[in-house]
Design a protein around this ligand. Structure first.
Ligand SMILES: Cc1cc2nc3c(=O)[nH]c(=O)nc-3n(C[C@H](O)[C@H](O)[C@H](O)COP(=O)(O)OP(=O)(O)OC[C@H]3O[C@@H](n4cnc5c(N)ncnc54)[C@H](O)[C@@H]3O)c2cc1C
Length: 596
């Protein structure tokens, strides 16, 4: 029998990244007793810790224009964002930035002392500033939370929410080193567990420990989930405009192979792949991260990185970034010499690495109001766990993830504190707790079963191929779903743990299976293409039918439903289609012609 520890609070915050730390600090400001629990070590975990450091602050004092920012998010999100939420996250951002300054976090300055603000190619007016890599500024937030009296509990994985009479009354989990059982009775709970990955190389590699835990536990408790068809890193498959003049002839050139386990984005240092975006297909036509999947699908791979076609100013900017960054730069280790140039294959790899590309509120637990309350009374969500729809069907620009996490975390923390005032002391039914405990420790009690690492491999095999979640099609999605249902029904109940660590892997595997089912079902439901969701069999946007959200609820089985967005948020339907949607999906023009 595992030892049981009980830690009571007014507000329990689960997850200690940017959102969770802001939630805890703001709930404490309201006078609540706050507990912040993380399955790793708060300030050394989460996407926040590994974020590059772009932080989007909107401020008219910095010369920003609200209308153009809102318009940009709306068009790039293909009209699925909630403009009220977008505006909130923009307008609150300056206050959260000032909070960060008060905590001792500093944004990079220009010579002369002004804050350095910048945008990246293709992101229009959406600027950000630079806070430095997440691990450099997160400790300041942890210190602030501790100073204010937040109780921080490291290395406890929360597995389940506990409800009493339909209201969230806390959560439980276990210590990831000792396997001790933890119960957290709480008057309100804020979920800030980030998003998820399938633990593999690629853009999300550093956050392999994120496994959709919050989304899965909220779903199991009965909360509404949304936007999961957009939950995939790997960009979309748009058509590249073939510019004969910009064609680069690489015939006869030596092609160097960059080792596959060195994904460009993560290991080669900040900003390199954006400044030096010189990718061509096998025929020498330029492609981008957005258009490369289609080129490969058409048999024009591998994508080559033509370093010596880079503009000198981009090379110089990259070298400057490398010098200024605190990241160990590893290009030379894999034989790439920026100064010498060369043609490389394997730098831009084509895999779906599911995890929200939609950082910043584009998928997760549905927020039903502007205080981040979910459909379950007593449960709030912030950061990447929360589906506010501050962004729409694609990630609008760098800096939106951290900004959104700070804004929604702060709002959720404050609202949870206010909610907690209305409740008396929480007592959790012993029989309910016994059942949850049985579920939590099931894999440890079993004598035989499936190793969770093997299950992770099965999941990776499913989600890695580009034809799973980058270029989607109904029959393939259905085939993947059949396998996921098998994993859910046959394998998941028989997972085997030998110790606290493998118990953690078991719960992560369960949550990933559930999240993948959500992604596949939502992708099947959305019978159109929009943003980063591309369906080969439905290659165009379908207005107004799919000016709608795909939501999920657990009602015995997973129920998927369509919810139209208010007409006020529709694009101008009298405007020509291509004006509404400047990006072309492969096969879209033909499909539109046939419809006409
Ligand atoms: C490589 C990378 C680079 C990025 N760069 C940028 C950037 O430059 N600018 C930008 O704006 N955005 C960036 N993003 C996105 C941004 O980092 C996220 O949107 C943001 O940090 C999310 O913060 P969060 O607090 O919601 O979640 P996270 O920071 O992911 O925190 C979640 C926390 O919850 C904990 N947790 C998870 N499950 C459990 C559980 N079951 N029990 C207890 N604790 C749990 C985790 O350990 C973690 O500490 C980047 C993301 C990645 C992956």
């Amino acid at each position: 029998m595992q030892v049981e520890r009980e830690i009571e609070s007014d507000v329990l915050v689960i997850g200690g990244g940017m959102a969770g730390l802001f939630a805890a600090i703001k709930a404490k400001e309201e006078g609540s007793e706050v507990v912040l629990v993380d399955k790793n070590y708060v300030s050394r975990s989460g996407s926040t810790c590994f974020a590059e450091g772009d932080y989007s602050v909107f401020s008219t004092e910095w010369g920003h224009d609200l209308a153009s920012w809102l318009d940009r998010v709306r068009v790039s999100g293909e009209y699925l964002n909630d403009p009220e939420w977008t505006e909130i996250t923009l307008k609150d951002s300056i206050e959260r930035y000032r909070d960060l300054l008060r905590m001792g976090v500093r944004a990079k300055e220009k010579e002369g002392g002004d804050i350095l603000t910048y945008t990246r190619p293709g992101f229009g007016p959406l600027e950000c500033c630079f806070l430095g890599r997440g691990w450099t500024f997160l400790p300041a937030l942890r210190r602030e939370a501790s100073k204010r009296g937040v109780t921080i509990v490291d290395r406890v994985m929360v597995t389940d929410l506990i409800l009493e009479d339909g209201v969230v009354a806390g959560a439980c989990g276990f210590h990831t080193r000792t396997a001790e059982f933890y119960v957290f009775p709480a008057k309100a709970v804020v979920l800030c567990t980030g998003n998820g990955t399938f633990d593999m190389a690629g853009a999300m590699a550093p956050v392999s420990f994120l496994s959709y835990d919050g989304i899965a536990m909220a779903y199991r408790a009965g909360a509404e989930i949304g936007g999961m068809e957009f939950s995939c890193v790997g960009a979309a498959a748009f058509v590249a405009e073939r510019d004969e003049k910009a064609r680069i002839d690489v015939s006869g050139r030596t092609i160097h192979m960059a080792p596959a386990h060195y994904p460009a984005w993560v290991s080669y240092g900040p900003h390199i792949s954006f400044n030096l975006d010189n990718y061509v297909d096998a025929e020498g036509f330029r492609v981008s991260r957005l258009t490369a999947p289609h080129a490969i699908h058409e048999g024009r791979g591998p994508i080559l990185w033509v370093l010596d076609a880079a503009r000198p100013e981009d090379l110089e900017a990259t070298l400057r970034d490398i010098r200024d960054s605190r990241t160990t730069f590893r290009l030379e280790r894999v034989g790439i010499d920026l100064a010498k140039g060369g043609v490389y294959a394997g730098v831009l790899r084509l895999e779906s690495t599911p995890g929200h590309l939609i950082f910043g509120g584009g998928a997760g637990v549905v927020s039903k109001d502007k205080a981040c309350a979910t459909s379950l009374p007593g449960l709030y969500a912030g950061g990447d766990t929360c589906y506010t729809r501050a962004v729409g069907a694609s990630y609008p620009a760098f800096g939106f993830g951290l900004r959104n996490a700070s804004v929604t975390g702060a709002r959720a923390g404050k609202a949870a504190a206010l909610f907690s005032w209305k409740r008396g002391r929480i007592s959790i039914d012993k029989e309910r707790l016994r059942r949850v405990r049985e579920y939590v420790y099931g894999p440890l009690e079993r004598k035989g079963g499936f190793d969770p690492r093997w299950v992770h491999l099965q999941l990776q095999n499913l989600v890695t191929p580009y034809y799973a979640l980058i270029i989607k099609r109904g029959d393939r999605l259905q085939a993947f779903l059949t396998i996921v249902e098998f994993l859910r029904d046959h394998i998941s109940p028989k997972l085997l743990a030998r110790d606290a660590h493998s118990l953690r892997l078991c719960h992560e595997a369960r949550n990933r299976i559930l999240a993948l089912e959500m992604m596949l079902r939502s992708s099947l439901a959305r019978t159109e293409s929009r943003g980063i969701h591309y369906r080969e069999d439905f290659p165009s946007r379908v207005d107004p039918y799919w000016l709608a959200l795909v939501k999920i609820r657990g009602e015995g089985e997973m129920r998927v439903f369509r919810e139209p967005i208010p007409e006020d948020y529709w694009p101008d339907m009298s405007e020509e289609y291509r004006k509404r949607y400047p990006m072309r999906f492969p096969g879209e023009d033909r499909a539109l012609c046939e419809k006409d």
